[in-house]
Design a protein around this ligand. Structure first.
Ligand code: PXP
Length: 239
């Protein structure tokens, strides 16, 4: 069965809106793991707009929860991540003014630095991943970088599906990249903008082993509760 990684950054966003302590991302991490999420994702942004250093440290210390820490290539953040020791890391591009992670990494430009970063985490036995656009060229560069996993940015496909446009070409790009990565021994994940419908569509690609989903799950939880939303996703991923 494919795995569900749940991004809990938005729990911190809600907490920070009041500057108080509720809802607590640490409690959320434990809670969603009990509800069946296979891992939790947190993004320690350079501007700390949601998860902060204390959250990251406490969440990564949890024994029974697998934690995927998203980080930029910023050397201070990389150093912190190496100290915090999450189970997994995923390197993502980060722009200060963006609302969310808008696309994959520029691998051509950052290949040498990324290779060094990935080596440091692998040395500590932390599973490594790079957030990339669905590009065959980028998958080949990932092999050179020697990363364990890739996470394919699914934002474009999600937007096409939501606006009822033809998504076949984007779907095929994701599928071909997944097949190639799998063939090269790189584990494939997918994430960004996913909801029930887009997850159902991408679930048809056998090579995708993990979906990382945040905004939709937290938003939908307002109506049906997070336990139910996780159950609904797990049911989709079973098929
Ligand atoms: N995967 C990565 C690498 C991300 O950066 C994000 C969002 O920050 C997600 C998945 C989750 O995206 P969404 O919140 O749109 O589900």
């Amino acid at each position: 069965m494919k795995r569900l990684g749940l991004n809990i950054d938005h729990v911190a966003t809600l907490r920070n809106a009041r500057g108080e302590s509720h809802p607590d991302p640490l409690y959320a991490a434990k809670f969603v793991a009990k509800c069946g999420a296979d891992s939790v994702t947190i993004h320690l942004r350079e501007d700390r707009r949601h998860i902060n250093d204390t959250d990251a440290k406490q969440i990564c210390k949890l024994d029974k929860v697998l934690v995927n820490l998203e980080i930029s290539m910023n050397s201070e953040i990389v150093k912190k991540a190496l100290n915090i020791m999450p189970d997994f890391i995923c390197v993502v591009p980060e722009k200060r003014k963006e609302i969310t992670t808008e696309g994959g990494l520029n691998l051509d430009f950052n290949k040498t630095d990324l290779k060094k970063i990935i080596k440091k985490f692998k040395k500590k036995k932390i599973r490594t991943s790079l957030f990339i656009n669905p590009s065959i060229k980028d998958v080949k560069i990932c092999k050179e970088i020697n990363v364990d996993c890739i996470e394919i940015h699914t934002g474009k496909l999600s937007n096409l599906v939501k606006s009822k446009k033809n998504y076949l070409s984007e779907f095929n790009k994701i599928k071909n990249c997944s097949i190639l990565a799998n063939h090269l021994g790189i584990e494939v994940h997918a994430g960004h903008g996913l909801d029930y419908e887009t997850t159902k569509i991408l679930n048809k690609i056998d090579q995708i082993k993990e979906f990382n989903i945040g905004h939709f799950i937290i938003g939908e939880s307002i109506f049906v509760g997070i336990n139910q939303v996780i159950k609904n996703f797990k049911k989709i991923l079973k098929n």
